[in-house]
Structures are given as C-alpha cells and as structure tokens.
Design a protein. Structure first.
Length: 743
C-alpha cells in the first residue's frame, strides 16, 4: 500500500537507525507514521510503502517499510521545504531569496546547476559546497535504499549502512555482504548470510566461512569464553554453515596466518582466540607474575600488634569492637606478607571486617590505600561498609572515551601507573579479562594488590573466569573464609545461602525469619503472588519496607511470562500505574513514566551527567547502573534519570541503552544488595537451572528473600552444580609461572 504526503511534525527520531514516529499530511487527512528515514525532513514530500496497523496505545498508524522522497512542486511548497532547514546552509531568509530568484526551478538548480546559487547574496563557495552535498545526500540515499531493499535489507539497516559507506554502499555489500557484521551494529551473521544467499554466494565462499568463524568465536565470548578448542570450533562452524570440516579448517589456517586470530595450546589442547582476548590473557598472566615477584615490602612492626591496634581502632571509629578469627587473621597476615593475595568467602564470613582492619593497618604504616570495585553499586556498598572512599575500577584508572574513535582508554597504564601503595578490589568475581587487563597494566611493581570476593557466585558478564582461574592456579595465595559469625548466623538468608552452596536444601523460614519458600503450582500463580507481594503484602509484614522500590524481583531468564521483560510490563502497572495528566514518553514499545525504576544496559563512557548535590559534571554510565526517572520532557523527547546522586539526560539513541528494572536477571544483579528479593522458581531452561545462579540470587537479599514457585525446581537447581562451561586460559598460563613459595 502506498501513501503520498508531507512530513509535518517529527514526534521521535533515533539518529542511529533512523527509526521515526511522525505526523504525515495527505489529501485524505493526517495520521501517524512509523518507520526508518535516513534523515527525516519536515515539509518534505514522501511516497511511503507500508500498511496501516493498530497500536495498543495510540491506535491506527501507518507502518512503512520503504520510502521515496518526492521533490515538492510549486513555489509555496518549495519555499516551505527550503525554509524548514532541511538543507544545510539554507535558512528561511536564503530560502526566500532562492525561490524569488529561481521560482519553480529552485530545486532543479540546486541539484543540477548549483553554481547558479553563487548569485544569491550570502552564498559563497563554502556554503555552496555544503548545500550541494546536503541535497545530494538526500537524493543519493533514495536510489541506494531502493537497491539495498532489493537485497532484503530493512530500511533501518539501510540507514546504518549508508551512514558508514555512503554512495559506495551497494557495491560494498555486493562484493562482500559479510563485512556488514564487522562494521554495522545490529547486523548479525545470520542476517548477512541471508543477504549473501540472495546475491548468489556459494556456501563454501571464503568470505562466508571466515565470517562464520568470527561469529562463532564472538558468540562464545558473549557467553564468557575467551577461547575455543580448535576441534570444537571447526565442528560448530561446519554445523552452522553446513559445509565440511576441511573447508573450515582451511579458512581457519588462513585467518591465523594473517594474524586475525591467534592459535595456542592450553593444557596441551590446540585452541583459537580472537586476538584481543589472547593479548589480554597474556598480559594479565605476565602482570600477575611481575607484581607477585617484586620485592615484598617489609613490615616494621609486629603483625599481632598491628591487628590488635586495628581492632581497637574500629571501635574508636564508632564501629563495633571485633576480634578476628583465626581464618581472618590468616587473611590479614597473607595480605601483609605478599604483594598479591585473594580473600574469598560467602556472605557473613567477615570479608568486610578484614578490609576495614587492613585499611587501618596500612594507614598506620603510612601507606596510601585505594578501594575499588567493578561497578558503581559495588563501590558504594564498599564505601558504606568501610567508611572509606571507594570508586569504580574505571574511575580509579581515569578512563577517557574517544567519540571519534569509539574507543575506551585509561589515563592510568604502564607508562602512567597508579600512585597508591595498596589497592584493595572488592567483588572480584565480576571482573572480566579486559577490565583485569586494564587494571594490572596500571599497577606498578611494589604495590600491594588484594582481591576480595565470592568465587562461588556467577562469573563476570564479560568474557573470562578471572577470579576462579586465579584461585584454581594456586599461584596467588588465597584465603578461603568458611566460618559464619554469630550475628550473621542468626539470618536464614546467610545460613541458607551456605546450605545451597554446599548442595543442601535450604531451611524453611518461620514467623520472624528472613527467608521463605512459597509453593505455587503454575506460572500464573507465581505471577499473581509476586503482584500481591509488591502491592503491599510484604510491606504489611516487614517494617523495613518503606515502598515497593525496596523490593527487587530477580529472575533467571529474559524469556516467557516470568522473564524480566514480561514481569516489568506487569509490575510497572502495579507499582507505577499511569495517572491522568502525567506525562508519558513512548520509545518504541516502552512507555516511560516519572518514578519508573530503570537500569542502564551497557557501558556508555561518553554519556554526560551532573551531580545533584554539587552540580559537578562528569562522563560515563555503566552496564547495571540503576536509577529512577525524575522527569520527562515531551517537547524534546527526553527524560532525566537519577542514579545515586547523578542526573543523566536520556534522549535519541540513548534510549536503546535503558530498560525497566522492577525485575532484572540474576546476572544483572551482581555486586548489589536489595532490602527484599523475590525469586520466581519454575521450569526454566536447563542452562539456567544451576546452583551458583540460585546462590547468587539469594545472596542479593539483605533483609528478606522470598522464593515463589515449585520447590522441586529449587531442588533441581541445587542439585545441578554444573560449571559455567567457560573456556579460558588464564589458569593454565599462571600455572606455567614459577610456583610461588608463601612466607
């Protein structure tokens, strides 16, 4: 179905993929349209190809899949088009002069004989070049998009392709459609493979096989693996592409020979890396050895006296007096007598107490100490627990983001190392291989480096199994804390988390406890019970719940009725329902309201923020940062989110980076604690029914944990102690270093 008309108002436009919602004026009347433009122009005339659909909230709208820009006819239409600022270098005054001079031939002059515009006052050679280029881009995209559409490329992807390749778009795609996977965000290997099939590429095309190999390696990296065993890689790619293993092996050899991939042996098994992960893993192992082997700083005092003084110092600083257990003393001793050490243990085993003691000892010795964690939430928890300043690892390393190059660089590195004498890093299980690479590059020899964390939690979201690999290598001295202290032992959350971690079934809570399993026999019953809990049932029974925002639903999955997106849709209407007169901002299928609980989905190092209290400005928001929608501006389609004390303005393509956070996945919850946690337990995919996922979810609750669902599913998760299944080489690389001797 075709419709011709004029774009009269733009409601929303995503600059990255061109997705636009606008008002379209036709002879039959005005209506909403939705689809992708390369550059929507108010006042421009278009022919749209699409169909009318019914939107759940906004009713009927015309969803278009392709378009053609039509040149306006008549002096009035041309003047309106040029005056709207659609062509760079032409404003309302210049537009009027052009139309007065050339009349109905104005657009033909701009397109075919632009040099005639030099007769117009205010238009010189530079502005003429800008005008010609701007007008040419619009006409050029029209023809390019038609050819790309014939190849099965959607308009939103055509917009991205044109912005990268320009007039060469079609020729580049036809020569090698698989290059789109490397250059265009959002175009996956299967999509490129479909385009290639239309173009007649053979299944055994070198372009196809090499792209398939990279696709397989990236897929495994997104699941946490830094490498793949060569035999497994060849097998998986051959299955994926339906070709012979020999064809894959030949292309793999070429990629290795050309330096695009790296081949190595881990535990005497041939493995293949994407080069960046290979370099990072090599450097991490080298730097751990360098830091470890540096001369150890001498302690000019009795360690026992230092510990006693620090214990007393905690009480003097207003914290309760503590006496370290033997386990804790061993951890402190190892931290003082080695350059690099690890302290690991579950909740309630005293990791925070050890950090507090160590900080006081190092300060007494006149050493400068830095406290850091992988995320802002984890750093804030560390600061609150210790009473000492803490920051993210990124901030410690003074990250700098280059928009032009789309790269992240650290101001602190091997040439400009960190100046602190001691660096203590908490929540180390969350550190992936790339972040660890950046951190260790900036740690100078002679620095004391201490990692704390729970190795039994889920590993990092990014590639690597860093903390577990460091511990398993036995190269770094590790203290495992197993004793649960009296105060923590009174919590069913603490005792049950340890039971779960040991493969035992948790104890059911009684009245006054903080851990409960509520049996429900269907997804609908689970959903109804979750709704009841957040509507007020929990708040009535527990004084510490001040609002529904204190309750966090943690689900294993993104899919199905109990997946995060589905739960968020339900919970938003329960916790933050629409109110007549209150602004709502629709972005695609999402409708944001003031007060919504939201989460950042990926790192955005260039995003600007200002501190609500000091008005200081800064850059950088990170994957997993949570906040609340403070205000909505319907005029410019933006909203302000408060995350801790930072105020961040979201607009344009930044909306792709944010989602609701009433319910989040367990993976996204790492490094954070919530007053109350609700965990649905149902028949999720087997790969998610694991002990460490349940353990991680339970340990996120500070004062209350509710598991709602089928107790048999809880038992299945506890019984499934399947490892994460990541392929990494750091453990083996550390084991190749000289075996250390500990004091």
């Amino acid at each position: 179905m075709q419709r011709e008309g004029k774009l009269s108002r733009i409601i929303f436009n995503n600059a990255e993929n061109g997705y636009t919602v606008a008002v379209f004026d036709t002879e039959e009347g005005s209506f909403r349209i939705a689809g992708s433009f390369a550059e929507p122009r108010i006042g421009a005339k278009y022919r749209l190809e699409g169909k009318f659909t019914i939107h759940a909230r906004y009713g009927e709208q015309f969803s278009f899949s392709s378009y053609e820009e039509l040149l306006p006819e008549g002096e009035d239409a041309i003047l309106e088009f040029l005056s709207a600022g659609n062509i760079r270098g032409i404003g309302p005054k210049t537009a009027k002069t052009i139309v007065e001079t050339f009349g109905e031939e104005s657009l033909e002059v701009i397109e075919k004989t632009p040099e005639k515009l030099l007769s117009i006052s205010g238009i010189g050679p530079k502005s003429l070049a800008k005008i010609a280029e701007s007008f040419g881009e619009s006409r050029e995209f029209a023809s390019v998009s038609i050819e790309l559409r014939e190849l099965g490329i959607e308009m939103s992807d055509a917009v991205r392709i044109y912005k990268i390749y320009g007039s060469d778009s079609v020729s580049i795609v036809k020569e090698n459609p698989y290059i789109l996977v490397e250059d265009i965000r959002g175009i996956t290997f299967p999509k490129a493979d479909s385009i290639a099939a239309r173009l007649g590429f053979e299944p055994g095309s070198t372009f196809r096989i090499e792209s398939g190999i990279r696709y397989a390696l990236r897929s495994w990296a997104s699941s946490g693996s830094t490498l793949m065993p060569e035999e497994l890689l060849v097998e998986k790619v051959a299955e994926l592409l339906d070709i012979t293993r020999e064809e894959v092996a030949d292309s793999l050899r070429d990629l290795v020979f050309n330096g695009e991939l790296e081949e190595d042996r881990i535990d005497d098994i041939p493995v293949i890396y994407l080069y960046g992960y290979y370099q990072a893993e090599q450097r991490v192992a080298f730097n751990i050895g360098r830091i470890h082997d540096a001369p150890v700083r001498q302690i000019p005092a009795s360690i026992e006296d230092l510990i006693s003084d620090a214990e007393a110092g905690l009480a003097a600083d207003g914290m309760s007096y503590v006496t370290l257990s033997e386990e804790q003393e061993n951890a402190v001793r190892a931290s003082l007598l080695t350059n690099i050490s690890i302290i690991t243990g579950g909740p309630g085993t005293g990791k925070t107490t050890i950090i507090n003691i160590l900080v006081r000892i190092f300060r007494r010795l006149g050493l400068e100490v830095a406290l850091a964690a992988p995320t802002g939430r984890a750093a804030k928890r560390m600061e609150e627990a210790s009473g000492e300043p803490a920051m993210t690892i990124h901030r410690l390393l003074e990250y700098v983001y280059s928009e032009d190059e789309e790269t992240l660089n650290f101001g602190r590195d091997e040439e400009n190392p960190l100046e602190q004498d001691v660096i203590i890093v908490d929540e180390a299980s969350m550190i992936d291989i790339m972040l660890m690479d950046g951190l260790l590059n900036a740690v100078k020899s002679g620095t004391v480096l201490i990692f704390t964390g729970d190795a039994d939690q889920l590993p990092s979201v990014g590639a690597g199994n860093v903390l577990r690999d460091m511990i398993a290598s036995e190269y770094i001295h590790t203290t495992r804390l197993r004793e649960i202290f009296r105060q923590a032992g009174g919590s069913k959350i603490i005792t049950n988390s340890h039971l779960i971690n040991n493969g035992e079934y948790p104890e059911q809570g009684l009245s006054g406890d903080d851990f409960f399993i509520l049996r429900k026999d269907s997804e609908n019953e689970i959903l109804d019970t979750i709704r009841e809990m957040v509507e007020g049932r929990i708040a009535k029974g527990f004084e510490f719940i001040s609002s529904a925002s204190d309750i966090q639903i943690l689900t294993p999955t993104k899919r199905g009725a109990l997946g995060a997106p589905s739960l968020n849709s339900v919970l938003q209407d329960v916790i933050n329902p629409a109110e007549e007169g209150d602004p709502e901002l629709r972005i695609g299928s999402k409708v944001f309201r003031t007060g919504d609980k939201v989460m950042q989905l990926r790192n955005n190092y260039g995003a600007e923020w200002r501190d609500e209290l000091t008005w200081a400005e800064g850059e950088g928001i990170f994957n997993g940062d949570m906040g609340t929608v403070e205000s909505i501006n319907l005029h410019d389609k933006s909203m302000i989110v408060k995350s801790d004390d930072r105020l961040i303005t979201y607009s344009g393509d930044m909306f792709d980076e944010i989602d609701f956070a009433y319910a989040i996945t367990v993976h996204k919850s790492q490094g954070t604690e919530f007053p109350a946690v609700i965990i649905p337990a149902w028949r999720f995919p087997p790969m998610l029914m694991t002990r460490n996922l349940l353990y991680t979810a339970v340990t996120r609750g500070k004062k209350l944990v509710l598991i709602i669902g089928d107790p048999r599913c809880v038992q299945m998760m506890i019984d499934n102690n399947r490892a994460d299944g990541r392929y990494t080489g750091l453990r083996a690389r550390l084991q190749q270093l000289d075996t250390p001797a500990f004091f």
